[in-house]
Design a protein around this ligand. Structure first.
Ligand code: PAF
Length: 305
């Protein structure tokens, strides 16, 4: 049952929660809407804390992040906030779903705190006078199609990291560019938090799980499998960068979907890599099916010329 933050849990409740978490028991989930309450509740958590940042409308992909967070920390804070800064003019900010009651029911007993602030609470001044820039990495790939999007993402993530002060934060690998940019945010600004990437959740067909899949017809879902088939082809083509690129070029040439890009890049910087590169390679794909932009990605190891 969701608890109001004001309700006194009594002395020693921290130790109790910690012991419960160690025994795999379910935490009491508390809904919090202000920064002051969040800071107080965070300070009262003993042990390690994992943060899961979301814009709500939770689905199985988010629950996989929550499960991983529960495995690697004593306590979990989930944030549920539709961030206006990361939507461009003409994008679906107003229409974006905000089913807070359903979200709370989904994570009840799985996380310790849900932070769901209003826009005014998060941004007393909007747009904020000072914000964070994602730099070049924010202007390529998805950022080229959505100018300013990643600046909005890193600004809210920087705020949420300060507010939740987690030991570790969990991000999905499907949004590979977001993961890379948040890696740069924490490294470049020396933010003391570890980032835990979580593998893409797939449907039995191989299609990467995404809230956007609901826009696809049965035929569109079939067509969208070109993405996961291309990932599989790139994985099979490893270990050489040239062979991975050849597999991606074959997929682009087949034009089964309206491709935006299919690239092999450096996973940390999103820069092009040389053909003789050894180490991790990010294979990142985007394409449009029935008017919906879909993403897929994988990190593969290049070990041979
Ligand atoms: O991935 C998302 O849902 C959002 O970009 C995030 C990280 C919660 C920031 O608003």
């Amino acid at each position: 049952m969701i608890q109001d933050h004001d309700q006194d849990q009594g002395p020693g409740s921290d130790r109790l929660a910690h012991a419960r978490s160690a025994r795999g028991e379910r935490p009491t989930t508390t809904l919090i809407t202000t920064k002051a309450e969040l800071r107080a509740a965070r300070a009262a958590l003993g042990g390690t804390v994992a943060a899961v940042f979301t814009m709500g409308a939770l689905h199985g992909g988010h629950l996989a992040l929550v499960r991983r967070a529960r495995e690697i920390a004593d306590h979990v804070i989930l944030t549920d906030f539709v961030n206006p800064l990361q939507f461009g003019p003409g994008e679906d900010y107003a229409a974006y779903p905000r089913p807070l009651a359903e979200d709370l029911a989904l994570v009840d007993g799985l996380v310790d705190l849900v932070f769901a602030p209003s826009v005014e609470e998060m941004y007393p001044v909007l747009p904020p006078t000072v914000s964070v820039s994602a730099g070049r990495a924010g202007r390529v790939l998805e950022g080229a199609a959505r100018p300013g999007h990643f600046d909005g993402v890193v600004t809210v993530v920087a705020k949420l990291l300060h507010l939740t002060a987690p030991d570790v934060t969990v991000f999905g690998r499907k949004d590979a560019q977001q993961l890379a940019i948040i890696g740069r945010l924490t490294a470049d600004l020396d933010l003391p938090v570890r980032i835990e990437p979580v593998e893409i959740q797939r449907e039995p067909t191989g299609l990467a799980r995404s809230s956007r899949n609901v826009y696809l017809t049965a035929a569109g879902r079939e067509q969208a499998l070109a993405l996961s088939r291309t990932i599989a082809a790139a994985q099979a083509a490893a270990p050489s960068v040239a062979a991975i690129r050849a597999a991606l070029e074959r997929a682009l040439a087949r034009a089964e979907i309206d491709w935006a890009y299919a690239l092999a890049l450096d996973p940390a910087t999103l820069e092009e890599i040389a053909e003789d590169h050894r180490g991790e390679v990010l294979v990142t794909l985007a394409g449009r099916v029935e008017g919906t932009r879909l993403l897929d990605a994988a990190v593969v190891e290049a070990t041979a010329p």
